[in-house]
Structures are given as structure tokens and as C-alpha cells.
Design a protein. Structure first.
Length: 166
């Protein structure tokens, strides 16, 4: 199981990997890694001008991670009026997206997803139920009994206490 400090260290190592860090000392220097990635981005933009990308995230957590990553590299995320909240637009070079941004996002996102899954499992098993197994899959739907509706002020099978019959 990964704790928060290990997760943070792993995320820094991922960034150092994409910055081309070659020694353990460089891997610890997250700011130096960020600067190298920014330099790479600038060099890509010379030969591969930025184009508008539309990124569609599967959930709000992925969107948060992706927007933070864009901002980390001084890229400006945006979306157009009417686009879904999980849509992120950015102007960035294709080469930077292919070689750095998207692979780094995938690794960071997977690390966070693993960590959050472990925390969720631990909390659910300690507070709600130790059984973390999936729901049983059945072959066919069983017919449910037809629900009887009652007035909103009077639950089915209970008298209102107003002197009438139950």
C-alpha cells in the first residue's frame, strides 16, 4: 500500500523521467526537471508550432490532474462555452503532446488512481463493510413486485392517527 509521501515521491520521479534526468540527484530536483521540460516545449514549438487540442477527460479527477499538468508547463487550459466540464482545450505542439505531456499525464493519473483506490478500499472496509467483492452477476432480471403508491403524507400500511381505519 502506498502512503501520501511515497505517492508524491513517485510523481516527482515521473516528472524527472520525462525531463530526461540521468542521476538520482537530478530526480530529487523537481524544479530542475520542470525547467528542462519547459525548455523542451520551447524547442518543439520552433519546429512544430502549437495547434489547438481538444482533450476529453473521463472524470473530474483526470481533468484536475491534466489541467494542473498544463499549468505546470505554463500552458493555458480553456474550454468554449457549451463544452462539457470534462473537456479541456489547449494550444500546444503535437510533438510535446506525443512525447511528453500525454505519456506523463497517463503515468501520473494511473499513480493517483491506484493511490485513491487503495485509500477508498481501506476506508470502506474499515467503516462500511469488510466485503469489497464485486456485486454478483445474475443471468436474468427477476420481476419485481409492483409498488403501491400512497399519498405523500401517509406511508403505506400506516395510519395517520386521525381516527380513521388503517
Amino acid at each position: 500500500m502506498m502512503d501520501e509521501a511515497k505517492l508524491i515521491e513517485k510523481l516527482k520521479l515521473i516528472e524527472a523521467l520525462f525531463a530526461g534526468a540521468t542521476t538520482p540527484g537530478e530526480r530529487v530536483a523537481a524544479d530542475a526537471a520542470r525547467l528542462r521540460i519547459l525548455e523542451r516545449l520551447k524547442s518543439f514549438e520552433v519546429v512544430d508550432p502549437p495547434i489547438e487540442y481538444k482533450f476529453t477527460m473521463g472524470d473530474l479527477w483526470s481533468r484536475r490532474v491534466f489541467v494542473a499538468l498544463l499549468r505546470r508547463y505554463d500552458l493555458k487550459p480553456y474550454r468554449y462555452r457549451g463544452q462539457r466540464y470534462t473537456t479541456v482545450m489547449a494550444r500546444v505542439s503535437k510533438r510535446f503532446v506525443d512525447e511528453t505531456l500525454w505519456p506523463q499525464f497517463q503515468q501520473v493519473s494511473e499513480s493517483l488512481r491506484t493511490y485513491l483506490s487503495e485509500v477508498t478500499d481501506r476506508v470502506v472496509s474499515q467503516v462500511l463493510s469488510e466485503d469489497l467483492s464485486e456485486a454478483v452477476e445474475v443471468n436474468e432480471r427477476q420481476a419485481l413486485p409492483i409498488a403501491v403508491t400512497a399519498p405523500a403524507s401517509e406511508p403505506v400500511g400506516h395510519s395517520s392517527g386521525g381516527g380513521g381505519s388503517p
